[in-house]
Design a protein around this ligand. Structure first.
Ligand code: DGL
Length: 301
């Protein structure tokens, strides 16, 4: 396109996904920042949790769901899942021809801005913590900040199932070692964790600021669409659609309280239909990414 020509407004939806309800915390922030945008949100509840799975498997899920969203003509994709971001953001950015935004880098950026004593904690799923995506992202922004990481998988179960019994005890025992490191900032490195932030706050103590990447991600979505001239026209009211691989009823009820307001009807997507989206090109991309992982591991040994 010749310079100086403005791109038209773009009313295609923003696509977002997570393993379940957690990404709705990010969807809420995006909807608040951009009330005129349509959003299609996909919760892969039937395969939740992603955290204990092999990252290569999760990377395949990222490609399947990204393809499902691309078929709905989305103009941008948000991987509203830390495990999905750690596993598959880089590959998704190569495979899809729309911008793909993850949640790790924005969370790391927010934490680096917030810390005063330059000691930051991060909690997340086993997949996210073992990937070391956060220490790497923080180091890339400011190598002088020390990161203390801890996997807290029971928090995902509690947040997804709405379990409150015993969560304060779990939180205290998980977070006690982190509290003793003297961190002043704690990244909620899983989009499910804002749903149980009261228990996390109780476990880590009042003096530590909690960082959720939701607002920072929303700001990045705004910037990206603005830069590309792809915001929807002003004065429009965005429509929000939801899909799940789980039971739509079980997704709609708790989902409504996370997103704030009724989700309306959530579409049911069969896993078989999702899996059938893996074509030759995507399979080849997965094999290439696995080879690159193996080369990286060999280089570190
Ligand atoms: N909400 C996700 C995350 O941010 C995934 C949790 C899970 O499925 O284990 O990592």
């Amino acid at each position: 396109m010749p310079p100086g020509i403005l791109l038209p407004m773009d009313e295609r939806p923003i696509g977002m996904f997570d393993s379940g309800l957690g990404g709705l915390t990010v969807a809420r922030a995006v909807a608040d920042a951009l009330p005129g945008e349509d959003i299609v949100y996909f919760g892969d509840t039937a395969r939740c949790p992603y955290g204990p799975r092999d990252l290569a498997e999760v990377r395949g899920f990222v490609l399947q769901i990204g393809t499902w969203l691309a078929a709905r003509d989305v103009k941008l994709i948000v991987v509203a899942c830390n495990t999905g971001t750690a596993a598959g953001l880089a590959l998704a950015q190569r495979v899809f021809d729309v911008p793909v935004i993850g949640v790790v880098e924005p969370g790391a950026r927010a934490a680096v801005k917030a810390t005063v004593n330059r000691k930051v904690g991060v909690i997340g799923t086993v997949g996210t913590i073992e990937s070391e995506a956060y220490p790497r992202a923080v180091r890339a922004i400011d190598a002088g900040v020390t990161v203390f990481s801890m996997a807290t998988p029971k928090f995902v179960e509690a947040a997804e199932a709405g379990i409150r019994t015993g969560i304060y005890e779990v939180s205290r025992s998980y977070l006690d070692p982190l509290r003793r490191t003297g961190i002043d900032t704690l990244i909620l490195g899983c989009t499910h964790f804002p749903l149980i932030d009261t228990a996390i706050r109780n476990g880590i103590g009042r003096g530590v600021q909690l960082i959720s990447s939701a607002e920072e991600v929303a700001a990045e979505v705004v910037d990206t669409l603005e830069r590309r001239g792809q915001l929807a026209s002003a004065g429009r009211t965005g429509r929000h659609r939801f899909a799940t691989t789980g039971d739509p009823g079980e997704f709609q009820r708790p989902g409504g309280s996370v997103f704030g307001g009724s989700l309306g009807h959530a579409e049911r997507v069969e896993l078989a239909a999702l899996e059938s989206l893996m074509d030759e090109r995507l399979r080849a991309a997965l094999v290439e990414a696995a080879d690159a992982d193996a080369r990286e591991v060999a280089a570190c040994e």
